[in-house]
Ligand binder design. Structure first.
Ligand code: ADP
Length: 190
């Protein structure tokens, strides 16, 4: 079983790459952003709560996110492995994930980061906002806030995974295929 954390700033291309990687490696793709958006669309209690944070570009509180992620993993007991996209985003989430997987005799195999320059990413998100309908993609101030959340809360995770010798970074700039190949080269060696 391989469990991969796909890591990167907003707009780095995690969702796009996850679509290819999940097929190639037969992984269950869990995107916390997608799960929240699904709940918002269906107007569930979880969706209503998450929306108040997401619309501002703030992170949803850890206890809510962790519980949701664990229940999604539990919905896939026969999975050959998971591709975590957008989770963990805080040290508390990373520690909770390790503990949760350990309780199942599992672990994170590796974290693979997509690296790209902030200015390129902000431009990508504003472009995506024209068609995605995502309120958090349409306003530069909200986008900047997401980067601030990333720098404060998510960036420290690199050290967390480096300390476990599980951190790998690839250049996220290039064609979709080129980036998929770079990611695959890392995963194939695991
Ligand atoms: P992006 O990486 O492009 O910002 P996502 O779809 O991964 O987009 O996340 C969108 C929003 O969903 C985040 O800004 C945050 O509000 C919420 N969210 C997603 N994953 C998490 C998480 N692990 N912890 C807290 N909030 C999250």
């Amino acid at each position: 079983m391989i469990n991969i954390v796909l890591f990167g700033k907003p707009g780095a291309g995690k969702g796009t790459q996850a679509e290819f990687l999940k097929e190639k490696y037969n992984l269950t793709h869990l995107s916390t952003g997608d799960i929240f958006r699904y709940n918002i669309k269906n107007d569930t209690a979880l969706g209503q709560l998450a929306k108040t944070y997401m619309d501002k570009g703030d992170l949803v509180p850890d206890e809510v996110t962790i519980k949701m992620l664990e229940s999604e993993v539990d919905k896939n007991p026969h999975s050959a492995g998971f591709l975590f996209d957008g989770f963990p985003r805080t040290l508390a989430q990373a520690a909770a994930l390790d503990k949760f997987l350990e309780s199942k005799g599992q672990k994170i195999t590796a974290t693979v980061a997509l690296e790209a320059d902030d200015n390129i990413l902000v431009a990508r998100l504003l472009e995506r906002g024209k068609t995605s309908g995502r309120p958090d993609d349409q306003d530069e101030e909200k986008i900047r806030n997401r980067y601030q959340e990333y720098n404060e809360k998510t960036a420290p995770l690199m050290h967390y995974y480096e300390a476990q010798n599980k951190f790998h970074a690839v250049n996220g700039i290039g064609s979709i295929e080129e980036v998929t190949q770079r990611l695959s080269a890392v995963i194939d060696k695991l």
